[in-house]
Design a protein around this ligand. Structure first.
Ligand SMILES: CC(C)(COP(=O)(O)OP(=O)(O)OC[C@H]1O[C@@H](n2cnc3c(N)ncnc32)[C@H](O)[C@@H]1OP(=O)(O)O)[C@@H](O)C(=O)NCCC(=O)NCCS
Length: 166
């Protein structure tokens, strides 16, 4: 498996083109999430949303690159959720041409290690009920459902997952 590096998204034009490519390589996810139409991808809106996300205190949006420098994933993290105090994964997206090659697992592991090394004992995220493959992915990595509720931003049915970091 190649080494993956994570760098904060700088919003340069080239990086944003890579981000758009990451999203449109996942048309099923885009349709299930309902935020961006993959056939008429709203690049400006996606950039504005990511800028807003990255500007939140304690939030980070990162691009994952493989050893050859190709962008293979997009990650959004929050180090302290305002309600439960746990760090959260807001988004983990792997390029569609590279699914099922262990990249998602590698990124999830890197995130776990990042928060474990900072002394956190648990990590959370919400999976859309409309993305059962994502639920299978997180479940295969030892995450467990702890609640079901709509997401605050869009009211979409979600499954809240928790992973102990001890
Ligand atoms: C979900 C996602 C991140 C998985 O990334 P990935 O790099 O393909 O995952 P991995 O190769 O590390 O898969 C690890 C394991 O997860 C499970 N898994 C992954 N994708 C799966 C799928 N589509 N269906 C069922 N199980 C799946 C399998 O057990 C897999 O192991 P295996 O390939 O040996 O069977 C990727 O499909 C993706 O970006 N999807 C669109 C965005 C999304 O839904 N993100 C999650 C937001 S909460």
């Amino acid at each position: 498996m190649s080494t993956i590096s994570l760098t904060p998204l700088g919003f340069a034009q080239q990086e944003m083109a890579e981000v758009v490519d990451l999203y449109i390589s996942n048309p099923e996810y885009c349709r299930a999430a309902g935020e961006y139409d993959p056939d008429r991808f709203p690049a400006d809106q996606a950039e504005a949303d990511l800028r807003e996300e990255a500007a939140v205190d304690g939030a980070e949006v990162m691009l994952a690159r493989d050893a050859r420098g190709r962008s293979v994933g997009l990650l959004s993290l929050l180090d302290r959720h305002p309600t439960d105090g746990f760090p959260w994964i807001g988004l983990l997206l792997v390029h569609g041409r590279q699914h099922r090659q262990g990249i998602g697992s590698q990124l999830a592991e890197a995130v776990e290690e990042r928060f474990r090394s900072r002394g956190h004992d648990g990590l959370r995220l919400a999976v859309l009920e409309s993305t059962p493959a994502a639920l299978d992915f997180w479940t295969s990595l030892g995450w467990r459902e702890i609640a079901r509720r709509p997401d605050v931003q869009h009211g979409r049915p979600c499954i809240v997952m928790h992973k102990p970091l001890t």
